[in-house]
Ligand binder design. Structure first.
Ligand SMILES: Cc1cc2nc3c(=O)[nH]c(=O)nc-3n(C[C@H](O)[C@H](O)[C@H](O)COP(=O)(O)OP(=O)(O)OC[C@H]3O[C@@H](n4cnc5c(N)ncnc54)[C@H](O)[C@@H]3O)c2cc1C
Length: 387
């Protein structure tokens, strides 16, 4: 086969690769996206799908660059969900348009609300009990409820909205060396963009691209509970800077409701005993949501790393996405799913600085095998009632 010269090869079909891929395709670049497992596998389908506005970080006393850089993101996502953004997510609906901070008595909810409002321009409101959503009214919660104007996404639907229009250009890679793989398929990519999370650093090292490159992996052992009684999107606030638990709601393929629990309950070594996570989840739910019946629920745990550029601050992430450039290659970490739009802006700046304009050509990649969508964590886990 004759050599195909394409504008860009992207390696890794998580949110970072998919957002950049869709945007570059729309602009007329000739792009191939290679994925080794399934579309969305990795952190993206395992994420809680919260589009942070920075409130959580402001609340944790981190009214810093991070809280400010992230505060512009919800509007970018909402615009994309309406079909008016740099990518078109109108085929995907959000899972929830907002979420709540649940603050027990004695934790100065009003003050927290004020601090956050001042920091981030008033996208939070303390709700009077009669205005609480039914889910919280039914939960037996006692304390202050803060409304947060932060959407929560249906990640599987977002992934499809980004991948489906250009599915022919998303293909499976079965080699650990993408450069070799491209050569073996007679593909000459003018630029290569790595959005392959933990693989980025390994590949950069093999190719001598890792000078000055530093990344970090922060482990989690996430909790999952089914059947959840109703959809709930809430941070259970405790005395420490991070929430006791953050709850989002997801549906299994067979229609069961799952509460997915992160935050304090999940901050532990990945190889810790999953029963410790179930116990921490139970304890938090009993304390904050005492009316929820846990007698017949099932549990599962997901060990996973968050992979990002090194922040320098122990236990924290960087303030923005990270890009490490070497030759015609970019190694990229979004830091948060929320930052995918900002990462794609940064990628475009690099490409434009290199003088790469769209060829307005679409190469044929039908000689490379296609790749499927990955299953969500709650669809591939083993559930237990034994806890
Ligand atoms: C439990 C959890 C909850 C989270 N919740 C949130 C949240 O609510 N809001 C938020 O903003 N952020 C959240 N995050 C962070 C967010 O999920 C990540 O920052 C984001 O998904 C990273 O996207 P990515 O595309 O860089 O990586 P990934 O989603 O990990 O994608 C990398 C892809 O590259 C593929 N790949 C790896 N190696 C290779 C290779 N050699 N060749 C080809 N393909 C390869 C993988 O299979 C994978 O599909 C959460 C993270 C975790 C772990």
């Amino acid at each position: 086969m004759a050599t195909r010269t394409i504008d860009i090869a992207i390696i890794g079909a998580g949110i970072a690769g998919l957002w950049a891929f869709n945007r570059l395709k729309r602009m007329g670049y000739d792009v191939l996206l290679l994925e080794r497992e399934g579309i969305g596998a990795g952190q993206t389908l395992a994420s809680q799908g919260i589009i942070h506005s920075g409130l959580k970080y402001a609340f944790a006393g981190k009214i810093n660059e991070l809280a400010h850089s992230i505060s512009a993101m919800p509007d970018l996502w909402r615009t994309a969900l309406k079909g008016d953004g740099a990518v078109d997510l109108s085929a995907a609906s959000g899972a929830a348009s907002s979420q709540y901070l649940l603050i027990p008595p004695g934790f100065m909810g009003g003050l927290i609300g004020l601090v956050s409002k001042k920091a981030l321009g008033g996208n939070v409101t303390e709700l009077a009990p009669e205005d609480w959503p039914d889910s919280i009214k039914q939960s037996g919660f006692n304390g202050s409820v803060i409304y947060m104007d932060e959407p929560v996404l249906d990640i599987a639907a977002i992934i499809r909205a980004l991948a489906e229009p250009y599915k022919n250009c998303i293909r499976k890679i079965d080699s650990s060396d993408p450069f070799d793989y491209l050569r073996a398929h007679n593909i000459n990519a003018k630029n290569v963009i790595f959005t392959a999370a933990q693989s980025n650093q390994e590949i950069a090292a093999v190719h001598g691209h890792d000078e000055g490159l530093k990344t970090q992996a922060r482990p989690l052992l996430m909790g999952m509970m089914k059947n959840a009684p109703y959809p709930l999107y809430a941070h259970l606030v405790g005395p420490s800077e991070k929430p006791v638990a953050t709850i989002t709601t997801h549906k299994t393929q067979s229609g069961d409701l799952v509460w997915y629990l992160g935050g304090g309950v999940a901050e532990r070594a990945k190889d810790d005993d999953p029963r410790k996570v179930y116990e921490a989840c139970r304890k938090a739910l009993k304390k904050y949501l005492p009316a929820v019946d846990l007698s017949a629920v099932q549990w599962a745990a997901l060990p996973i790393d968050r992979i990002e550029g090194a922040s320098g601050a122990k236990g924290w992430m960087p303030d923005t996405p990270t890009i490490h450039a070497a030759e015609n290659t970019l190694y990229c970490w979004p830091t948060k799913l929320t930052f995918a739009p900002l990462l794609s802006d940064m990628i475009l700046e690099h490409l434009q600085a290199r003088g790469l304009s769209p060829s307005n050509h679409t190469s044929d990649f039908s000689d490379i095998p296609p790749v499927d969508y990955a299953p969500a964590p709650w669809d591939k886990t083993s559930w237990t009632s034994d806890n």
